[in-house]
Design a protein around this ligand. Structure first.
Ligand SMILES: [Zn+2]
Length: 104
C-alpha cells in the first residue's frame, strides 16, 4: 500500500488552484465558458483536498455560476459597513462586512 503524502498533496493542490484562477482571469474576456471551467476546477480541487482559495482570489469570482468577475460581470455596492458583491450573469449576491460595528 502506498502512503499518501497529504502535505505534498495540499501543496500541489494549492499551486493548481492558483494557476487555474490566474488562467480564469486571463481568459475571462476571450472565452467566458473556458474561464468558468477553470474556476469550477479550482473550486473542486479546493473542496476535495480541503485547501482554501487564496485570499487574493477569494472574491474575484461567483461561487454559484463560477464566472470570474471583471468590469462587466460584477456590481459592487457599499452600504453601512457591508459590501454587496452581485454577479451580473446569475444575480447571486454576497455580503461582506468591511467595518467592525463596535468601533463607533
Ligand atoms: Zn454568478
Amino acid at each position: 500500500m502506498i502512503r499518501r503524502d497529504k502535505k505534498l498533496e495540499k501543496k500541489i493542490a494549492k499551486e493548481r488552484i492558483e494557476i487555474l484562477l490566474e488562467r480564469a482571469h486571463k481568459f475571462k474576456e476571450k472565452d467566458i465558458s473556458l474561464a468558468r471551467r477553470y474556476v469550477e476546477l479550482a473550486m473542486k480541487i479546493s473542496s476535495k483536498y480541503r485547501v482554501q482559495i487564496p485570499p487574493e482570489f477569494r472574491n474575484t469570482f461567483c461561487r454559484k455560476c463560477y464566472t470570474p468577475f471583471g468590469a462587466e460581470t460584477v456590481k459592487i455596492r457599499l452600504d453601512h459597513g457591508t459590501k454587496l458583491i452581485r454577479c451580473m450573469s446569475c444575480g447571486f449576491a454576497r455580503k461582506i462586512q468591511y467595518r467592525n460595528k463596535r468601533t463607533f
